[in-house]
Design a protein around this ligand. Sequence first.
Ligand code: GAR
Length: 200
Amino acid sequence: MVLVSGSGTNLQALIDATADPAYGAVIVAVGADRDGIAGLERAERAGLPSFVHRVKDFPDRADWDRALTGAVQGYEPDLVVTAGFMKILGPEFIAAFAGRIVNTHPALLPAFPGAHGVTDALAYGVKVTGCTVHLVDAGVDTGPIIAQGVVEVTDADHADGGDALHERIKTVERQLLVDVVGRLAREGHRIEDRKVRIPA
Ligand code: GAR
């Protein structure tokens, strides 16, 4: 199961990887918190079932959380991958899929969590940044780290507001996410004192 909010290039990388049976994982469905996004078009082109649950269509956040949890449970996924899903998951969702939610973040956590990881790192003046694939816990981008990729920041990155840097991060990120999800699917994992061990 993959959850998206935007362009869905990480989703596309997973779709492409799952075309090979040796990859060891299939995508059972794609969920989104908004419609009209490229990520949903990618799901449709790949013939994957999809659904949209928008926060604003529910009386409150807890109802949205319950609906999203129920929709995902209906597909009985082993793993839930949040790939550019720009909503904080609710407590019911996190409890239902504890230890099985994989997020990808465009910075080297624990630095620069939240929705602006690329521009926050750039504004801070770091010389290297990158991406982090991690398990989701109740905090924002605080869960156990599975893998990280490093990307150098150049002087030119400051001129365009971080777009080129984000694209370079995403090139590393897609490969890292595909690699991690495949390994988790094929080998399993366990968590020991915050360290994610593969194989389990
Ligand atoms: C990715 O860089 C992902 O790390 C980031 O959104 C991008 C989605 O790209 N996620 C966050 O910033 C979450 N805080 P995509 O839609 O092309 O896969």
